[in-house]
Design a protein around this ligand. Structure first.
Ligand SMILES: [Zn+2]
Length: 52
């Protein structure tokens, strides 16, 4: 099961926040991370999500 994340994430290449549409993964410790690709430069970006 894969959750979809829509929001923003910081892109290190653009050096600014970009719209991110990616997938959410959960670590063993329960921390949720959204991973996707920067729509501007194509770099992989990710952001931590607050606990639900
Ligand atoms: Zn970028």
């Amino acid at each position: 099961m894969t959750d979809v994340y829509k929001g923003t994430a910081y892109c290190v290449k653009c050096k600014e926040k970009q719209n991110l549409e990616g997938t959410i993964s959960v670590s063993d410790s329960g921390r949720r991370t959204a991973k996707g690709v920067c729509p501007v430069c194509g770099t992989k970006i990710s952001t931590f999500l607050p606990k639900a």
